[in-house]
Design a protein around this ligand. Structure first.
Ligand SMILES: [Fe+2]
Ligand SMILES: [Fe+2]
Length: 225
């Protein structure tokens, strides 16, 4: 019997997505100059690229399969797929460098609102269906396919992005699941670089990592490839 622990990669990516576009909207609204705007643009590109491919992965690996395996849930699946179609134009609008960065802040803010609503529904609807209708091996194969989609250079950045949204307890339990070498690389090499970029984008006052969430389920994180 699968449990929510078997959905950790998608749950942790969702957590990162829930916070990033709102604070990116605030940063984009008033860049401090060309260098600040440039690093915001880089981060928009990274996080929207990941969101686009996350949705493409769900469109490919989940909706057609669930329509076959759980036809009684087709209406719910249709709704989630339609939400992806609604969100997709915002990705193009938010990342269109022909438009001044500050003028794209509203698109990022709208994305923040829509993605949170979508993730609320997706986690309530899709997650139970995945647990019921997929095997552990299938879910692991999908995760591996997604990792290959992103490639070796981008995966460390995505892992750091995920860490940046975790509260201290979840962060600690998650890192503890990693073998020594990747854990050392992540915390000593990749994350310090990511944290410097985080401060360049958001300044010293924006919280890195989430505040402790005492009532929330505390997932460990399996970052192992
Ligand atoms: Fe998702
Ligand atoms: Fe989705």
């Amino acid at each position: 019997m699968l449990t929510l622990d078997d959905l950790l990669p998608i749950r942790l990516l969702h957590t990162a997505m829930r916070v990033e576009y709102g604070r990116l909207a605030a940063a984009a609204r008033a860049p401090r100059g060309a260098a600040h705007a440039a690093v915001i643009e880089e981060h928009i590109d990274l996080t929207l690229h990941v969101l686009h491919h996350h949705h493409t992965g769900e469109d490919t690996h989940f909706w057609p399969v669930l329509r076959e395996r759980a036809p009684e849930c087709a209406a719910a699946v249709d709704r989630l797929e339609a939400q992806h179609s609604l969100i997709e134009p915002l990705l193009a609008a938010a990342s269109d460098r022909k438009v001044a960065l500050a003028e794209r802040a509203d698109a990022l803010a709208e994305l923040h609102t829509l993605i949170n609503a979508h993730l609320d529904e997706e986690e309530a609807t899709l997650f139970p269906l995945l647990l019921e209708h997929y095997t552990k091996a299938e879910l692991e194969a999908i995760d591996e396919t997604m990792r290959q989609t992103f490639g070796r250079k981008m995966v460390p950045q995505i892992l750091c992005w995920m860490l940046s949204a975790l509260d201290p307890e979840v962060r600690a339990s998650s890192l503890a699941t990693l073998p020594l070498i990747p854990r050392t690389l992540l915390t000593r090499v990749w994350e310090p670089s990511y944290r410097r970029r985080f401060v360049r984008i958001y300044g010293p006052d924006v919280q890195y990592g989430a505040l402790p969430q005492p009532t929330q389920t505390k997932p460990g994180m399996s970052l192992a490839a």
